[in-house]
Ligand binder design. Structure first.
Ligand code: SF4
Ligand code: SF4
Length: 368
């Protein structure tokens, strides 16, 4: 078997995508059940916390200050640290081998050929400015959490209902989508079809952090000018749009170690992904196996060491989900109401509140 990414990478992407779909479906069933007040006979899938990166950053600060992993979203922190750690060995390899958003983005762009063949290219200046945007977004969160938030605020945030049930809120964000969210998601969908890796290249703060940590990566693409014929095939295929021919070592923040350049290069030995100059290229099959083993053994270790499942009782999830569902349903009912009726109802509720407050005051006065 040729150790090329065209064979290895899609399989790894599909594997991780299936895992994420499985987690998402199970979490959906979990929330559907608790909303009805029924405790399901299976556990909440802790892997869902991978989609709570802000909570993970807060947990990281908590870990640095206290030396302990908070028990609200431990798997979120474990996964965050593991993802960031991959950059030390494989640059932004997480984006091109594991991340489900990266996978969807890649195949949406590839799928555009069913509609049109044209390749849209962002002009150089907007491309540069937009690429900077993801660092601004990541920098904003890092600054707010690590510089602006005092440690007491960190503790409060971790214990707040918003953070405790952030996974449910996230699910509701998608299942009860507002018109604005829908428009934003559809715009991202269309932009991802038009421009290669639109989300990953311009907006993803995770990708920004991985790119920066990836500067430390020992593994890099090396080009041997004595073998290179300057054909440009590698650059044409590179999803990071990196000018590979101008380099002997690719240090770029955008390199996702996808190894596509090596696959598309017709000259044997011209391109290598290697940890030491002069050594042979790391086969894509080894990279694939590395990602699978790294994540499966890391998660197993977290489960065994009891840093995977959180300590929020399922009954607390039930209480939160039931009350949230009630609130959302009453908002839905009000949405369909005619404005005059709604105003009357709000006035009535106000009067009732005033009456209640008046009664409480008079009871207090009697007591005094
Ligand atoms: S330089 Fe090669 S490995 Fe890096 S992103 Fe481009 S094609 Fe992928
Ligand atoms: S595809 Fe290979 S030979 Fe062609 S420019 Fe890139 S490194 Fe050189």
């Amino acid at each position: 078997m040729k150790p090329y990414p065209s064979q290895a990478r899609p399989w790894v992407q599909i594997l991780f995508l299936l895992v994420v779909v499985f987690i998402g479906a199970r979490f959906y069933l979990f929330v559907s059940s608790i909303e009805k007040g029924v405790i399901p006979d299976f556990e909440r899938p802790a892997g869902v916390e991978a989609f709570l990166p802000i909570g993970a950053l807060v947990s990281l600060k908590h870990l640095l200050y206290t030396g302990t992993i908070n028990r609200i979203h431990p798997s979120g922190l474990v996964l965050f640290l593991m993802i960031i750690f991959t950059a030390v060995f494989a640059k932004k390899g997480f984006c091109s081998w594991v991340c489900p958003v990266g996978t969807l983005s890649e195949y949406l762009y590839k799928g555009r050929t069913f509609l049109f063949q044209k390749h849209f290219k962002m002009p150089a200046l907007p491309d540069f400015l937009l690429r900077a945007l993801k660092y601004v977004i990541a920098g904003f969160f890092v600054y707010q959490i690590f510089y602006r938030m005092p440690i007491e605020g960190i503790e409060q945030f971790i214990q707040s209902p918003y953070n405790r049930f952030a996974d449910i809120n996230m699910l509701k964000f998608f299942t009860r989508m507002s018109a604005t969210t829908f428009v934003v998601l559809m715009s991202l969908f269309v932009l991802s079809i038009l421009f290669r890796h639109f989300w990953c290249r311009y907006l993803c703060p995770y990708g920004a952090l991985l790119g920066l940590v990836g500067l430390l990566s020992l593994g890099k693409i090396h080009r041997d000018p004595s073998h290179c014929t300057d054909c440009g095939k590698c650059e044409k295929k590179c999803p990071g749009m990196i000018p590979i021919r101008q380099k002997t070592i690719v240090h770029s923040l955008e390199c996702s170690a996808c190894l596509t350049c090596i696959e598309s290069c017709p000259e044997k030995g011209a391109l290598k992904f290697t940890y030491y100059a002069g050594r042979s290229s790391l086969p894509a099959a080894i990279m694939a196996l590395g990602f699978i083993l790294f994540f499966s053994s890391g998660i197993t270790l977290a489960i065994v060491s009891d840093t995977w499942q959180n300590e929020i009782p399922t009954q607390a999830y039930v209480n939160y989900a039931v009350s949230m569902n009630r609130k959302l349903n009453s908002i839905d009912r009000m949405d369909g109401m005619d404005p005059e009726k709604m105003q009357k109802m709000i006035l009535m509720m106000k009067r009732l509140q005033e009456q209640k407050a008046g009664m409480q005051d008079s009871q207090q006065e009697k007591g005094d």
